[in-house]
Design a protein around this ligand. Structure first.
Ligand code: ATP
Length: 229
C-alpha cells in the first residue's frame, strides 16, 4: 500500500549543528506513528520539514507518493506549536476565526467540538478552559476540514495526568476512525501505549523504525536509542 509519508535521506543543519542526519523511513496509512527521542534529538525539526515549514539541507520526501505541495498538505491537520487562540472569545468563535484563516472547515465546527468532547463547553470563553481542554481545542482546530492525516508535536506535553489520558484516548479514537496520526513524543511509555509504529531518533540519527511490537521489544534498540527518553 502507498505510504502516507516517505522520508528519503533527510538531513538538516543549523549552521554547525546537525539536527538530522540521513533519516529515512515510511509511515503506513492508518497507523499511529510515534517519533520518539529525547529533547534535542530532532523530532520538531523532522515534523517542520515534513510540513514544509523548514527546508531540509539534503534529501527529499513524498506525501501520498507525490512531491509535497500546498494542495496535498490540505489533507493534513497540524498541531506543531500552541495556536494563538483569543482568550476572551468562546471555543466556537475561536474555531470560526481559525477556519476563516485556513479557508476550510467552517461547516465542521460542531462536529470537531463533539469529537474532542468540548461541545457542551462550546460557548465558554477560552480563558475558562483547563490546559487539557485548551489542548483538545487545538486538536479540534487541526481537525477542521476533516484531514486524513494529523501531525502533532508532543501533544501531551505540560498536561496533568487527566489531560494526558484524555488526549491519548482522543488520538486512539481518531485512529480508530481511520486517520493516520504522526506524533512526536519523548516518552517511551506514551509511544508504547498509543502508537502502532515508531521511529527512534537520537542526536539526529535514526536508530530504528517499524511496528512498535517489533521495535520496542528489542532490548538493544531500546537501550541504545531510548536510554535517555
Ligand atoms: P525538543 O523536544 O526539545 O523540541 P526535538 O527532538 O524536537 O527536541 P529539535 O527541536 O528538532 O529537537 O532540535 C534538534 C537540534 O537542533 C537541537 O540540537 C537543537 O538545539 C537544534 N536546533 C533546533 N532549532 C534550531 C534553530 N532554529 N537554530 C539552531 N539550532 C536549532
Amino acid at each position: 500500500m502507498t505510504p502516507v509519508l516517505a522520508l528519503n535521506t533527510i538531513s538538516k543543519n543549523y549552521g554547525p549543528i546537525q539536527a538530522l542526519d540521513n533519516v529515512s523511513f515510511t509511515v503506513p496509512k492508518g497507523c499511529v506513528f510515534g517519533i520518539l527521542g529525547p529533547n534535542g534529538s530532532g523530532k520538531t525539526t523532522l515534523l517542520g520539514i515534513a510540513m514544509d515549514v523548514l527546508r531540509a539541507s539534503a534529501g527529499n520526501l513524498r506525501w501520498f507518493d507525490q512531491p509535497s505541495s500546498a494542495e496535498l498538505r490540505k489533507q493534513i491537520g497540524t498541531l506543531l506549536e500552541t495556536p494563538n487562540f483569543y482568550h476572551y472569545l468562546t471555543a466556537v468563535q475561536n474555531l470560526r476565526i481559525t477556519a476563516e484563516i485556513k479557508q476550510r472547515g467552517l461547516d465542521d465546527i460542531d462536529t470537531v467540538l463533539k469529537k474532542v468532547n468540548l461541545y457542551e463547553r462550546r460557548n465558554s470563553k477560552f480563558t475558562t478552559y483547563s490546559l487539557g481542554m485548551k489542548q483538545r481545542l487545538a486538536i479540534a482546530a487541526a481537525l477542521l476540514g476533516n484531514p486524513d492525516v494529523l501531525v502533532l508535536d508532543e501533544p501531551t506535553n505540560g498536561l496533568d495526568p487527566v489531560g494526558i489520558a484524555e488526549i491519548r484516548n482522543l488520538i486512539k479514537q481518531l485512529a480508530a476512525e481511520g486517520k493516520t496520526i504522526i506524533m512526536a513524543s519523548h516518552l517511551l511509555d506514551e509511544v508504547e501505549k498509543v502508537c502502532t509504529h515508531v521511529a527512534i531518533l537520537k542526536k539526529g540519527k535514526l536508530i530504528a523504525a517499524g511496528a512498535v511490537d517489533e521495535i520496542l521489544v528489542n532490548e538493544d534498540v531500546v537501550e541504545i536509542g531510548a536510554a535517555n527518553i
